[in-house]
Design a protein around this ligand. Structure first.
Ligand SMILES: [Cu+2]
Length: 368
């Protein structure tokens, strides 16, 4: 019975880690070949399953290519004059924020016609929503993101962690049983040392829980989503500097700009253009709302709305992105007993994830 419960606990942890890996899947378009004119991308795409929340990475040298999302009609005609979104700097990280077919082309003359176009069929993640429907016990990990080496690495790490924890608890219990037998045989002479070892056992069990918690927290940190302006969204009224000052932005985080398509846009610009509210030299442009933008590099990122008068009225935000090196998954867990790091406490999603993680860890501790 005990080891059955331990199996359930392990499966729950594994499920959480797999969801985490699934949520963070990154697809490098064209693999090592990258985003260029030579290959056909249909066979590459056919081998992948794209889930809402996944990220596409288009590897190209700025100026040599671009990435423009277009309608199906424009995709077939290689027409980039009605872009849904445009990214001109490489590498381009694009978060897949809705289901259905997404069409991307390069608009450098001749490139799309030569095959530099890709259709991405995005499916829902509902069947895999975190902690609601864990995979069947004993079943293999679902194959949906097996094409992503990052996800595979994460899954292997998760399996190793779960195996190590299971092994550790199993061994502890075995030792405990042995000590119990010994104790009965020798009567109460070794009572003191027994209770010390017992304490030691629960101390170790605490460490195990902290490790699992650390993994879950790293997972949550990696998935932090910042809704620009909170419930007010992306509009002309507020000043975004106080909102941004309350957040810490880490490489890999996602910005969500909530706005109605046509009312506003999101254009990344240089510091100079930000100060001047000039949108004529965009680094990237997104015209459909809501816009999800992955922060792929450190430093200041400047976003403005280019609808006349909006930027001047305050619809502009500076995002200071810091490195995640100090928080790389599974390499440097926070100190045991310390509070969860406060860096993404401003994100309600991350907070929710952390609470779920704490509940899960508490439940597991109870099992053991
Ligand atoms: Cu606007």
């Amino acid at each position: 019975m005990g080891s059955y419960k331990s199996l359930i606990g392990s499966v729950l942890v594994l499920a959480a880690l797999l969801q985490c890996a699934a949520a963070a899947t990154t697809h490098v378009v064209g693999g090592s070949v990258g985003w260029t004119v030579s290959p056909t991308y249909s066979s590459w795409a056919a081998d992948q399953t794209f889930i809402v929340g996944d990220t596409l990475v288009f590897n190209f040298t700025t100026g040599s290519h671009d990435v423009v999302q277009v309608s199906e009609t424009d995709y077939n005609a290689c027409n980039g004059t009605n872009p849904i979104s445009t990214t001109t700097t490489g590498p381009a990280n694009i978060v897949l924020s809705s289901t259905g077919n997404h069409y991307y082309i390069c608009t450098i003359p001749g490139h799309c016609q030569a095959g530099q176009k890709v259709t991405i069929n995005v499916v829902s993640s509902d069947a895999n929503s975190p902690l609601s429907s864990p995979p069947e016990a004993g079943g293999p990990p679902s194959s949906q993101s097996s094409a992503s080496s990052l996800a595979v690495g994460f899954r292997v790490a998760g399996l190793v962690l779960v195996s190590a924890i299971s092994f550790f608890f199993e061994r502890e219990r075995e030792r405990e049983r042995e000590r119990e037998r010994e104790r009965r045989a020798v009567n109460n002479i070794e009572g003191d040392s027994y209770s010390k070892k017992r304490q030691m056992g629960s101390y170790k069990s605490l460490i195990g829980s902290v490790l699992v918690l650390a993994a879950l927290l790293q997972c949550a940190a990696a998935a932090t989503t910042h809704v620009v302006g909170g419930s007010v969204g992306w509009t002309v009224s507020p000043s975004y500097s106080s909102w941004a000052a309350d957040q810490t932005f880490i490489v890999g985080d996602t910005l969500v700009f909530n706005f109605t398509t046509g009312s506003h846009d999101v254009v990344q610009v240089s510091e100079t253009d930000y100060n001047a509210c000039t949108g004529t030299n965009p680094i990237s442009t997104t015209t459909t709302g809501p816009a999800n933008i992955v922060l792929s590099s450190t430093g200041n990122h400047y976003y403005i709305c280019t609808i006349p008068g909006h930027c001047q009225a305050g619809q502009k935000v500076t995002i200071n992105v810091v490195s995640s090196d100090a928080n790389s998954p599974l390499s440097s867990p926070p100190e045991a007993g310390g509070p969860p790091s406060s860096q993404s406490s401003a994100s309600s999603l991350a907070v929710g994830f952390r609470v779920a993680g704490l509940v899960l860890v508490s439940a597991i501790s109870f099992f053991f």
